[in-house]
Design a protein around this ligand. Structure first.
Ligand code: GAR
Length: 210
């Protein structure tokens, strides 16, 4: 039984998609907590309604990244997590924090990494004139948005797209992609090797139909 902790900063729609899949598919895991760095994160209400413990660890209560990350780590570790899921957690994490969770920390990023790292990825895609765009789930390493890719979802970029319409199309795919990858990890079908590469079980590698 894997212990899962989810970190959010806002809307929490990816967290919601994961919780819904967890309930529907009855994963052999525990959703231990949803933690936010912002008390006003809309996603907290959904988690509470679902009976999942919620915590707020506000970055405003700490003077620097290192002390914030240490406090956050202490709260997370109380749940003895096997997996820590960043679901729209909009904080840059310190190397010490990231390395503490090597192989147990995953993120979803709204672009086809390694292109369009950082913020405003849909604007970046439109400005670059690419024809396809999407989302990536990856293991987190100290390099921002640079960790080994687990899976990606691809969407077309249409001539009439605005930043919002493109974001909506990508988000719809995020909600399919992220729960699927989390389930694979729960079922031990995905692993980060000591060499820092992603190993997928054969059945999973064959089902990458995004
Ligand atoms: C999602 O689009 C996610 O990919 C993105 O923030 C949004 C959060 O939405 N994450 C990042 O940009 C991380 N760099 P949500 O709160 O509704 O899940």
């Amino acid at each position: 039984m894997k212990n899962i902790v989810i970190l959010i900063s806002g809307r929490g729609s990816n967290m919601e998609a994961i919780v819904r899949a967890f309930n529907l598919e009855k994963w052999s895991a525990r959703l231990c907590a949803v933690i936010s760095n912002r008390a006003d994160a809309a996603g907290l209400a959904f988690a509470e309604k679902e009976g999942i413990p919620t915590r707020v660890v506000s970055h405003k209560d700490y003077s620097d990244r290192k002390s914030y990350d240490a406090a956050l780590q202490a709260v997370i570790d109380k749940y003895r997590p096997d997996l820590v899921i960043l679901a729209g957690f909009m904080r840059i994490l310190t190397t010490g924090f990231v390395e503490h969770y090597t192989g147990r920390l995953i993120n979803i990023h709204p672009s086809l990494l390694p292109v369009f790292r950082g913020l405003h990825t849909h604007r970046q895609a439109l400005d670059a004139g690419v024809r396809v765009h999407g989302a990536t789930v990856h293991f987190v390493t100290p390099e921002l948005d640079g960790g080994p890719v687990i899976a990606q979802a691809v969407v077309p970029v249409l001539p009439e797209d605005s930043e919002d319409s493109l974001a909506d199309r990508v988000l719809e795919q995020e909600h399919r992609l992220y729960p699927r990858v989390v389930r694979w990890i729960v079922e031990e079908k995905v692993k980060l090797t000591p060499e820092g590469r992603v190993r997928l079980a054969d059945e999973v590698a064959g089902s990458l139909d995004f």
